[in-house]
Design a protein around this ligand. Structure first.
Ligand SMILES: N=C(N)NC/C=C/[C@H]1O[C@@H](n2cnc3c(N)ncnc32)[C@H](O)[C@@H]1O
Length: 425
């Protein structure tokens, strides 16, 4: 664990080969997502600067030129082709979705979610005295009000970019908390506070943990507003993966076409795969009996030290030993977030959205294969689960799933399978 993220492999610089694919010769203008200090043949550049990509020797390092003519290797996970105003347009659409009550109703109605935050706040309440707290994306203000009710903080800044913030101001006033809780109707990226904060609390987790990439806003707030040694709640976030059967889901989308009212519609199965299987089922409720192996924690993010650029491309390895013969229809994911105590004497609070825990509004996510396959007890499934942020649609990501199946006597049963999923673009 070098930089707050474990499970990923670090890019190695490839030699700059001149016989690059002519396709790569197309020069492209990209923008730096964050500063990069280059060593040797690497190019140093600052956030927001414009680079011209001259060639793409490999998927991790491109040969680029700065506006002053300097050339060198630039790490791809620091680059985006997205211009600032196109990102602005996507944000407006995103925040508009949160200006309606439906999503807030769903989140408040999720008892496991909201009570995990309440438990973390109450267990640490005595240590919140005189603290300055920042609630990133406060929505209806529930977490900020919990901090103010159970602790005795000096100040809570409740930051909310969507128009719901105007109503949240009334909610804070009606609950007689205006002297402690200040609602700021703003993106956290643009908020100016007269003091740095002791605690950042935020409920930022999306589908597959990272969809919406709201975590990036929390990390920006951390870097800009959190005191040294300050606390982030949640303090860590993990992603879990398990191979599973999903006969009902697969049958309802694929076998469905084989016989409809006595007619054979199986010619439609190919386009059904495109339409129904290219994206994960985001509201799947995984039956533990459908798990073909123990689940594996494939990603662990330490919110204190992870860097934003580490979240551009996260390549994760996995290995599962099949515990019972059955049909492998796909893989399921869920996440866990931990709330570490403000001192060692206080137990960590966990919120796990997996099949062995209380159901949450996130449910689990099912990545269905185009063609299921049979696996036997003691087979070994090895592969990669690669999360790549969409360079254009910055809140979306793609999942590249690769795996192979070896028998217990170590011969190849299923050669490399590979499938790309969209979440959601
Ligand atoms: N857990 C998930 N997926 N979302 C729940 C929470 C999302 C809330 O956080 C707000 N939010 C998201 N990003 C920002 C930001 N950069 N600045 C201020 N407010 C923000 C949204 O408008 C929602 O009200």
């Amino acid at each position: 664990m070098e930089n707050g993220i474990s499970g990923s492999t670090h890019p190695v610089i490839d030699t700059h080969n001149d016989d690059v694919d002519t396709r790569d010769a197309l020069e492209e203008i990209v923008y730096a997502l964050s500063d990069f200090k280059g060593l040797g043949t690497q190019l140093t550049f600052s956030q927001g600067s414009c680079l011209k990509v001259l060639s793409r020797p490999n998927e991790h390092w491109w040969w680029a030129e700065r506006e002053d003519g300097c050339q060198g290797y630039a790490p791809v996970n620091h680059l985006t082709t997205l211009t600032r105003n196109r990102q602005y347009g996507q944000d407006m659409e995103y925040f508009d979705s949160y200006s309606h009550l439906k999503i807030h109703h769903e989140m408040l109605d999720d008892k496991a979610r909201t009570l995990a935050y309440q438990t973390a706040i109450r267990q640490n309440a005595h240590l919140l005295t005189d603290k300055v707290i920042l609630d990133v994306g406060c929505g209806t203000g529930i977490l900020s009000m919990m901090c103010a009710r159970y602790g005795r903080p000096k100040q809570v800044y409740a930051v909310e970019a969507s128009d719901i913030a105007e109503y949240t101001k009334d909610v804070i006033h009606s609950n007689k908390m205006s002297d402690t809780v200040t609602v700021l109707h703003s993106k956290v990226e643009e908020v100016q506070l007269e003091e740095s904060v002791d605690v950042i609390i935020s409920e930022w987790m999306g589908t597959i943990l990272l969809f919406e990439m709201m975590v990036e806003s929390v990390l920006l707030a951390r870097d800009r507003l959190l005191k040294d040694g300050g606390t982030l709640w949640p303090s860590t976030a993990s992603l879990f993966l398990v191979p599973c059967s999903a006969q009902k889901q697969y049958g309802s989308k694929m076998e469905f076409w084989k016989d409809q009212y006595g007619f054979d519609l199986s010619d439609l199965i190919e386009i059904a795969k495109e339409e129904f299987l290219q994206k994960p089922v985001h509201n799947h409720i995984l039956d533990p009996a459908d798990c073909l192996s123990e689940a594996s924690r494939i990603l662990n993010i330490d919110m204190r030290s992870v860097r934003r650029e580490d979240l551009e491309q996260i390549d994760l390895d996995f290995e599962f030993t099949v515990q019972k013969s059955g049909t492998l229809h796909g893989f399921c994911t869920w996440f866990q977030v931990d709330f570490e105590g403000l001192d060692q004497s206080i137990h960590t609070v966990y919120l796990n959205t997996g099949p062995e825990h209380e159901l949450t509004h996130w449910k689990q996510n099912l990545f269905l294969l185009d063609s299921p396959l049979s696996v036997d007890k003691d087979d070994v499934i090895t592969g990669q689960f690669n999360l790549h942020r969409n360079p254009e649609w910055r809140r979306h990501l793609r999942v590249l799933l690769r795996f192979r199946v070896m028998s217990s006597s170590n011969n190849l049963k299923v050669p490399d399978r590979e499938k790309l999923f969209y979440v959601w673009r």
